[in-house]
Ligand binder design. Structure first.
Ligand code: ZN
Length: 243
């Protein structure tokens, strides 16, 4: 089975469409959460997830904030503005859809979490120490995460006490049968690893491999949509630099 894994779409429809157009023949779509928040097309992105039967699909902290289920005061001011705007865009069907999603699940022998397996909604896996600790919090060999918007992988080899962390670059392929992994495919809609292209990954469950990809999309279209929605300038500007 060929699986398209996306995360942190953040209502960036142009980026999501570019990824989907590039991958018309996958067998499944897995969504690691934060489908909305920040970006200009929350309804359309959620509708696409429903239409394409993304399963599993996870809920992220921004999704929960837009539902009013967590306190947005934990967000920075521009994220709060975007969250309130997004909340007003969502219909009852979008709220019902998001409310039913987990932040942590398993599929085909893989673990999926928005932030981390230890704290699925909030924890950022950004260091060797955090990654190493998190390997004790899931049973499968591989866990896919999002949340940081940075494409990376942590690998824990047999008989080694500490994980190693590496950048996950366009075209990198990992052999998942060789070790335990925590893998972040990067963000579709708001990359923060200095590469503004949409990030995603393709998992081949038969071979036990995953390949990372980046694809250019029409950033100016998303920026124009954000400006028309009066979303904060800093959120508009960051898309062009991938930060
Ligand atoms: Zn996010």
């Amino acid at each position: 089975m060929k699986v398209l894994i996306v995360s942190d779409v953040h209502a960036n429809l142009a980026a999501l469409q570019a990824v989907l157009t590039q991958n018309p023949t996958v067998d499944a779509l897995w969504n690691l959460g934060d489908t909305v928040g920040y970006g200009p097309r929350p309804r359309e992105c959620l509708d696409l997830m429903v239409d394409l039967a993304a399963n599993p699909a996870l809920v992220g902290n921004h999704d929960l904030a837009c539902l009013g289920d967590i306190d947005v005061s934990e967000f920075n001011p521009v994220a709060q503005v975007a969250s309130r705007w997004t909340s007003l865009q969502l219909g009852m069907e979008h709220r019902t859809y998001l409310r039913e999603l987990p932040a942590l699940t398993t599929a085909s022998g893989y673990t999926l979490a928005h932030g981390s397996p230890r704290a699925p909604v909030w924890e950022y896996v950004t260091s060797v120490a955090i990654a190493t600790d998190n390997f004790a919090h899931f049973d499968n060999d591989v866990c896919f995460i999002g949340h940081t918007h940075v494409a990376m992988y942590a690998v824990l080899r047999e008989n080694e006490p500490v994980a190693q962390i590496f950048q996950l670059r366009d075209g990198d392929t990992l052999d998942l049968l060789q070790a335990r992994y925590i893998i972040n495919p990067g963000s579709v809609g708001q990359p923060r690893d200095h590469d503004p292209r949409a990030g995603y990954a393709l998992l081949d469950t038969d071979r036990g491999t995953i390949t990372a990809h980046r694809i250019a999309y029409d950033i100016a279209t998303t920026q124009r949509q954000m400006a028309l929605a009066n979303l904060p300038d800093v959120l508009i500007g960051r898309l062009a630099v991938g930060m």
